[in-house]
Write a protein that binds this ligand. Structure first.
Ligand SMILES: Cc1cc2nc3c(=O)[nH]c(=O)nc-3n(C[C@H](O)[C@H](O)[C@H](O)COP(=O)(O)OP(=O)(O)OC[C@H]3O[C@@H](n4cnc5c(N)ncnc54)[C@H](O)[C@@H]3O)c2cc1C
Length: 574
């Protein structure tokens, strides 16, 4: 039975704080290993940012991909990570991550409802570096039937509105083509019809569709597994402080129902409160200037784990990186009022017939780079020419074919989006430049160059289409280069994009078992951190799809396994 009673437990083996993918995994594994666990979550739902994510995990050497015929090696991945991160790479935690990754996934698959499918081809983001792979490293949670959770389905945080159709229907990557081309073949039509009918049926009983995919499926699978094990989840319980000091942590103070309770934790406390995406002071301290205004992190992630850990004497790291894992976002107008953020992850930027320009109207990046690398280029360009926001520029034919941000492919009437201020449109490039405030001569020249490159098939300025990742997200039917096409026929359109973090890399420094380190580099007994509360093993880099969820699951698993074998904090025996 899932215990939801506020005062359920006052003394446990392991207290886990934060019910995102990291905390849920730590709690689940610890319970499977026989520990008495309490999972405390400040909000009324599980999932945090994880519930809104794409749900991909980067697990080099995973056996699910191997079984499906995609070869990979953890040794190669180690070479890649060292090449990518450079001298600041921490060999001990990188090795722990790579060695444990496949085992952690197999463990979950064998003992819980958390099941994964190999992504097959899903290139590393810098596939021109030694050790990078094109296939075999990414896995994703299998879709889940939310009806299996019954009334508790409402406890699973919903994805962002921009990722759902008709106000509540999730679609996976594999659904996009059949939905767009639903009138092109009987197979597509059947696929689309099944999705819609299932959704209509769902809405008679549930607030949203129950055929859930991606990160939402990962969370629902973790939740279903926790329920089966009767792991108590205390909703509405926020971490206020830790009990103990850098010599040892023995529990935590939680705010519940307007009061405070102290939970004693014999083997320790796991901090998994999702990082500091909405902590203004920490953003200003670690992120580039001007501090990016937008975060896609769950609004409740105020940096509690990181701040409380630092106050206790923990070390924060890495300090010398942009500290975020970034994506460009456009600002949407939501139906019913309010604004949202659309992350331009992979669907539009690499396609042929789109360029990104700064205020000089000049390109500054290979538009097909990963979302993280795209934003790093924005920061770099902004040092000399205002590039925040930058603008994605294309024509009407592009939007009709590929969509643009929150505008779905097939959309012909763009007036609504113009009226909302989501995009700017004009009959000439000069008029478009005037509308968005970029240099007109620069924009004209950039488009003319792009159109020449589209014909020749090569982009000597930024190499769009050269990386495997570019081509993966491009249009394979477009010749001669799947990522280069003309911006030719008016009207022309531009959309403003801004940097936003989907996760943070700076967090509590930890060892290979996710034990938090103090400022002298010594492990603090009884204190663990995972997910975005733990300093990223990638040191501020973004090697490939699943860069945060992969380590989140692996270090949560390692923390739980370590806690199982530990004697707890020395201080607890005092
Ligand atoms: C659009 C999008 C797509 C993404 N896609 C991917 C992807 O495919 N692969 C990938 O690797 N990463 C992806 N990410 C990033 C990924 O979702 C996060 O890195 C991940 O969810 C972090 O997990 P977490 O458990 O640390 O934190 P979260 O998932 O944010 O969960 C933190 C939980 O802690 C709770 N909490 C906060 N403070 C307290 C407190 N004081 N007391 C108690 N509870 C507290 C919160 O309420 C929340 O439930 C994506 C992110 C976004 C926005």
């Amino acid at each position: 039975m899932l215990a939801l009673r506020p005062m359920a437990k006052r003394e446990v083996d392991l207290l886990v704080v934060g019910a995102g993918p990291a905390g849920m995994t730590a709690a689940l594994v610890a319970a499977l290993e026989g520990l008495d666990v309490l999972l405390a979550e400040q909000s009324a739902q599980v999932g945090g940012t994880g519930a809104t994510s794409a749900g991909t995990l980067w697990i080099p050497g995973n056996r699910q991909s191997k079984a499906a015929g995609f070869s990979d090696s953890a040794e190669q991945a180690e070479t890649y990570l060292h090449a990518l991160i450079g001298p600041s790479a921490r060999s001990d935690i990188i090795r722990a991550f790579l060695q444990t990754g496949p085992d952690a996934i197999d463990y979950l698959e064998a003992r819980t409802d958390v099941q994964f499918a190999p992504c097959g081809k899903h290139p590393d983001y810098r596939n021109n570096m030694p050790g990078a792979a094109v296939t075999g490293r990414a896995i994703v949670a299998k879709p889940f039937d939310g009806r299996l959770l019954g009334r508790d389905f409402k406890r699973v945080r919903a994805p962002i509105a921009e990722f759902m159709l008709l106000g509540g229907m999730m679609v996976g990557k594999e659904d996009i083509a059949p939905l767009i081309g639903r009138f092109r073949s009987p197979g597509n039509f059947l696929h689309a019809a099944k999705l819609f009918l299932r959704y209509l049926g769902d809405r008679l009983r549930f607030a949203r569709g129950t055929r859930i995919t991606m990160g939402n499926a990962l969370i629902a699978r973790l939740f279903a597994s926790l329920r089966k094990r009767d792991v108590p989840i205390l909703f509405g319980a926020a971490l206020v402080d830790l009990v103990g000091d850098r010599g040892g942590v023995t529990g935590a103070r939680l705010r519940v129902d307007g009061g405070e309770i102290v939970v004693k934790a014999r083997k320790g406390v796991v901090l998994a409160t999702g990082g500091y995406g909405h902590n203004k002071a920490l953003r200003e301290r670690f992120m580039p200037q001007p501090t990016p205004a937008f975060s896609l992190s769950f609004a409740g992630n105020r940096g509690d784990g990181v701040s409380i850990g630092e106050k206790l004497g923990a070390q924060l790291s890495p300090e010398r990186c942009t500290s975020g894992l970034w994506t460009p976002v456009s600002v949407t107008a939501r139906a019913g009022g309010g604004r949202g953020l659309y992350p331009h992850l992979s669907l539009d930027r690499a396609k042929p017939g789109l360029i990104a320009v700064n205020s000089a109207g000049r390109r500054f990046v290979n538009e097909g780079l990963s979302y993280h690398d795209f934003v790093l280029a924005m920061f770099e360009s902004h040092k000399t020419v205002p590039s925040i926001p930058a603008y994605l520029v294309c024509d009407a034919a592009f939007i009709r074919k590929y969509g643009l941000g929150d505008i779905h492919p097939g959309t012909r009437n763009l007036k609504k989006f113009e009226a909302q201020g989501y995009i700017a449109g004009a009959a000439t490039l000069d008029a478009l430049a005037a509308k968005i405030g970029v240099d007109a001569a620069g924009l004209r020249d950039s488009v003319a160059r792009n159109n020449r490159y589209a014909e020749s098939g090569s982009d000597p300025d930024f190499g769009k289409g050269e990386l495997e990742l570019n081509r993966f997200n491009g249009d394979p039917t477009n010749r001669p280069n799947p990522c280069l096409g003309p911006i030719a026929a008016p009207p022309f359109y531009a959309i403003a994009v801004w940097p936003a973090d989907i996760a943070v890399s700076t967090g509590l420094a930890a060892d290979a078992d996710a034990r938090v380190l103090d400022t002298e580099g010594r492990a603090i007994p009884g204190l663990y951190a995972c997910g975005n509360d733990m300093a990223s093993v990638m040191g501020g880099s973004y090697p490939g799809p699943g860069t945060t969820l992969g380590p989140a699951i692996v270090f949560a698993y390692r923390a739980a396994m370590h806690a199982r074998g530990s004697q707890g904090s020395d201080a607890s025996n005092r």
